[in-house]
Design a protein around this ligand. Structure first.
Ligand code: NOJ
Length: 715
């Protein structure tokens, strides 16, 4: 038997031999491919139900068997295998398809949205979550997830702030890298892993006025220090692919940008995986005025470094002709094909194209996944305000009111994967379970748009000891193509709070939303405000636990909450201003945000000692700074210490007021102390990048800022 197998291997083509190296197999296959077959590998089509309403494009009924990839909207291993069988058996060379999908904050077990995940400051939890999500996805037919999104986002009017990890480049890098490790960690060939795709390369989050798909003005130093920064961290974590962005980057669109796609990504960083365009992004070069027609758009995108065309159908239509007419060299097509084949080989698709046909019960909602969903929800909720009303103790009548109280649909958030509303645990149920001996009554008050008759809700508030008012956004108010000109909640929701507050009862406001909100009026009225984001299947238990005090909240904001929409853009690591103090501030409102980056309350108190440097800081070797933190309150709890640096003077470029370089979260029992240590690598943590991405470090004065303390160091 063994001999027969060996013989078969010897007579079959080298690319089918699993014992040969990836490169040998790729080259062997490439040499056998016709130009048409090569070009077909560079196309991604879609099949089945498309649940992204913004994915506008022609949906092909019957896919050509030679196609490179499909976006796969089903969760059915049988269907996947049937489609794969066509590719394997009906294409001349038997090249497997790679199945892509947006597995964003959960495939079936739905987790907290990415923006909320970052507020947990717990990347290992996010890594775990992504590994469970990968397992569900791969075993349902998906090889490749279009995640993580690591677009630094500083304008909460932009709906896609929900999909990334907030305003800070380092936080995006840390959480993006954690998610890459989670998705890919089991080994790409494993049934428990999918290949990650970093998106949207690059600068998509810099959208003007928070509008989607528009121009972005990004200087080279900002490109390097802010927008490219997290990509490098995630590539170092082993990410296998990228998606090119829709936005025009200072005159050259992201999907035709030779500088970012080739000079940076390939020539500087040496990345060898594929870049897929965003949906229709190649064709959109025409709308952006960068290509006269789809033929030119396809040529520009490929020559810039986009290997695979998602749904523009331009590569399919024009690449062969462009090569045959000598307008683009076949070597460029070959290189793109190599990258596409490489990811397929790495995923083991040539050797194991099919997946086991397991039942949904074996794949979905496994106990460890559900447990991670609960923990992530608990750690990511942020207590924004508390005048002492929380935790709720001894209330016998609790009123639960508001449009998000008994609402499973809007709780899911954008990119809800394959989760159905009935699989979500709604807030009202979580609260009922948490307070079994209290009488809990519910009234809607108003819908998410703020419309409704408040009278029953007000009467209920009158009869209760405390009101939990669940406000928030609709599922489709954040995500792609969901920009808002105001980030306030609808007036009707604020009015409901105002009238409930007038009853004199304490009011706890819970918020469920995919972006920072304008909360100054809500903050003034509410006794407590708890940001839950869009917390996933088990968010209700986490919410209940925080309300009762079973869980001590530990989330901190990974994005600034402006005082009002008019302050946008507002983010902590802004560059220094020419004038200070009372100059350069708004005349009509405060210039401070309502809740700054890093804000988040606990039921206990933490006291910080003075930071100190261990040994003498030096420019050319790592040194340590430490700080002692004590839990001085009565509750056990997590504390996250955020370490910033500040460079007061730089002779090359101006720098931000402060820059986050490290964070660490620890659990401290009441009365316990811990030492937190930041190991400073001078070139990584004190240095900066110039407009060509070259790192430099000047000697002189720097500051380490931690827990509101400032330690001056000289290197
Ligand atoms: C468009 C979105 O911008 C992108 O994030 C997503 O991955 C693709 N559509 C595919 O659904």
């Amino acid at each position: 038997m063994r001999r027969l197998l060996l013989l078969l291997l010897l007579i079959s083509p080298a690319y089918k031999n699993p014992h040969l190296s990836e490169d040998k197999r790729i080259e062997d296959l490439l040499a056998r491919m016709t130009l048409h077959e090569k070009v077909m590998q560079l196309n991604q089509f879609t099949l089945g139900r498309n649940d992204n309403v913004n994915n506008i494009g022609e949906v092909v009924g019957k896919l050509p068997a030679e196609i490179g990839s499909v976006i796969y909207y089903a969760a059915d291993p049988v269907l996947r295998n049937a489609m794969q069988r066509r590719a394997m058996e009906e294409s001349r060379l038997g090249i497997p398809l790679i199945f892509g999908y947006d597995d964003i904050h959960g495939f079936k077990t739905l987790y907290q949205i990415s923006l909320g995940q970052a507020c947990s400051w717990n990347p290992s939890l996010v890594e775990k979550m992504c590994s469970y999500s990968a397992r569900e996805a791969r075993r349902s037919g998906v090889d490749w997830t279009f995640s993580p999104m690591i677009d630094v986002a500083r304008d909460p009017r932009w709906g896609r702030v929900a999909e990334g990890y907030g305003e800070d480049p380092y936080v995006n890098g840390v959480f993006g890298a954690a998610s890459v490790r989670g998705y890919q960690g089991a080994g790409l060939k494993s049934l428990d892993a999918v290949a990650a795709c970093l998106k949207h390369y690059v600068g998509y989050g810099a959208s003007e006025a928070g509008r989607d798909y528009v121009y972005t003005e990004i200087s080279r130093p900002t490109l390097w220090n802010v927008y490219l920064f997290p990509y490098k961290m995630c590539l170092d974590a082993g990410a296998q692919s990228l998606m090119s962005s829709f936005n025009d980057i200072s005159g050259i669109p992201g999907s035709a940008n030779h500088y970012t796609l080739t000079e940076v990504l390939r020539d500087t960083w040496g990345f060898d995986g594929p870049v897929v365009s965003d949906w229709d992004a190649v064709k959109q070069l025409i709308n952006q005025g960068y290509a006269a027609n789809l033929r030119e758009a396809s040529s520009k995108a490929l020559m810039a470094g986009v290997d695979m065309d998602m749904m523009s159908h331009g590569y399919e239509e024009y690449l062969e002709d462009l090569v045959e007419s000598g307008e683009i060299p076949v070597s460029v097509v070959d290189e793109a094909v190599r990258r596409v084949l490489r990811i397929k080989f790495r995923l083991g698709l040539f050797d194991n194209p099919y997946i086991p046909e397991e039942t949904p019960e074996k794949r979905f909602f496994l106990p460890e996944a559900m447990e991670t969903a609960s923990q992530l929800a608990a750690e990511s909720m942020v207590l924004l305000k508390n005048n002492g009303v929380l935790p709720i103790r001894n209330a016998s009548n609790i009123a639960v009111i508001g449009p998000l109280a008994k609402n499973s649909w809007d709780l899911m958030g954008n990119w809800k994967g394959h989760t159905e509303p009935e699989e979500m645990d709604v807030f009202l149920d979580g609260i009922r379970r948490e307070f079994p001996s209290a009488e809990i009554k519910y009234e809607l008050g108003c819908n998410v748009n703020g419309e409704g008759d408040f009278s029953a809700a007000l009467a209920l508030a009158e009869r209760s000891d405390v009101v939990i008012l669940c406000l928030g956004e609709k599922l489709n108010w954040s995500g792609e193509n969901t920009s808002r000109s105001s980030i306030a909640l609808p007036g009707g929701q604020e009015k409901l709070l105002e009238e409930i507050k007038a009853t004199g009862k304490p009011v706890v406001v819970t918020l469920t939303n995919g972006r920072p909100l304008e909360l100054n009026r809500i903050d003034a009225l509410a006794d407590a405000v708890l940001e839950t984001w869009q917390p996933g299947v088990n968010g209700a238990s986490a919410l209940g636990g925080i309300l009762s005090g079973r869980i001590n909240p530990s989330g901190k904001l990974a994005i600034t909450f402006p005082w009002s929409t008019g302050q946008i853009p507002i983010y902590y690591n802004r560059h220094k201003s020419a004038r200070r103090g009372t100059q350069g501030v708004y005349k009509d409102i405060t210039s401070d945000p309502l809740y700054p980056f890093g804000h988040g309350l606990s039921y206990t108190t933490f006291e910080y000692g003075d930071p100190r440097c261990i040994g003498t800081p030096s420019i050319d070797r790592p040194f340590k700074v430490e700080i002692e933190v004590s839990n001085t309150g009565k509750a056990d709890g997590y504390e996250t210490v955020l370490w910033y640096i500040s460079d007061p003077y730089c002779s090359v470029l101006t720098r931000p007021e402060k820059e986050l370089k490290y964070f660490e979260k620890k659990f401290l029992k009441a009365g316990e102390k811990a030492t937190f240590v930041f190991e400073v690598d001078p070139s990584r943590d004190l240095g900066y990048l110039d407009g060509d991405g070259r790192s430099f470090l000047e000697s002189g004065e720097y500051h380490v800022i931690v827990g509101g303390r400032d330690l001056k160091i000289m290197i």
